[in-house]
Design a protein around this ligand. Structure first.
Ligand code: NAD
Length: 256
């Protein structure tokens, strides 16, 4: 379905981003990966699915590096047709104890990076008359949890940016939508499981059950594969008129 299209997925060396990149590659898209850590393993996983794959190591807290990455993707494959703004980090602390440097980093990486990548990618999409922008927000773009001020502020901001981008391009073939996962068992969440296990003297499994039980009625983690399938739907012709939604895939978290 996506043969000949190019998808750039930020923060795709791990977790949800890698799951989405693989789902888009399986539909025939060329993929530009981004993120820290080992890039060769993720590149091989994506390449095994058929399409071409490239990697750019832009730090998503740095606007000039984001612009360079969009230009690199265009040099490699012609242009970015599908932009998935996914890179993100977490820090947990009460507002009065929240380190200012962590606040600034979360706002930059989880929110402002989506603005910078979107503004750099849009002109080529507009010239082509087709594009898909998918912002990986969170249930925390819709509701809050204590001790996550920066993350919740950034994710609400991403949902707002999604709606504005969708509206500004509403008469074109460019759509912009957000995905709002509940708990997904990636390294980002495993850290929170580990912290709970250490604080309460629990095993890994007990801490996972407690984490799910607090928020997610299904008591199941959403998977990167399920989120990848939702991203593929947003790229499909059936989603041509899906514009500006914030779609939660969260085991019932936000229904409560
Ligand atoms: P993860 O830690 O597995 O992956 C994060 C990715 O972002 C990695 O590839 C990492 O290298 C990259 N990254 C981090 N800082 C970066 C930077 N400055 N520049 C470039 N890349 C950077 O986490 P994940 O759980 O897969 O999270 C992906 C997205 O999904 C995040 O935006 C997160 O907020 C969101 N999300 C996660 C969950 C969850 O339960 N895991 C739930 C809702 C939303």
């Amino acid at each position: 379905m996506l043969k000949g299209k190019t998808a750039l997925v930020t923060g795709s060396t791990s977790g949800i981003g890698l799951g989405i990149a693989k789902a888009l590659a399986a539909q025939g898209a060329n993929i530009v990966l981004n993120g820290f850590g080992d890039a060769e393993g993720p590149k091989a996983e994506v390449a095994a699915l058929g399409g071409q794959v490239a990697y750019h190591g832009a730090d998503m807290s740095k606007p000039a590096e984001i612009e360079a990455m969009i230009a690199f993707a265009a040099e490699q494959f012609g242009r970015v047709d599908i932009l998935v703004n996914n890179a993100g980090i977490q820090h947990v602390a009460r507002v009065e104890n929240f380190p200012v440097e962590r606040w600034d980093a979360i706002i930059a990486i989880n929110m402002s990076s989506a603005f910078h990548a979107t503004r750099a990618a849009l002109p080529a999409m507009q010239a082509a008359g087709w594009g898909r922008i998918i912002n990986v927000a969170s249930v925390h773009g819709l509701v809050a949890s204590a001790e996550k001020s920066a993350y919740v502020a950034a994710k609400h901001g991403v949902v707002g940016l999604t709606k504005v981008t969708a509206l500004e391009n509403a008469t074109t073939g460019i759509t912009c939508n957000a995905i709002c996962p509940g708990w997904v068992l990636t390294p980002l969440v495993q850290k929170q499981v580990d912290a709970k296990a250490a604080a309460l003297g629990l095993s890994n499994d007990e801490a996972k059950k407690l984490l799910l039980g607090e928020k997610e009625p299904s008591l199941q983690f959403t998977t990167p594969e399920e989120l990848g399938a939702l991203a593929v739907f947003f790229c499909s012709p059936a989603a041509n008129n899906v514009r500006g939604v914030a779609w939660n895939m969260d085991g019932g978290w936000v229904a409560q």
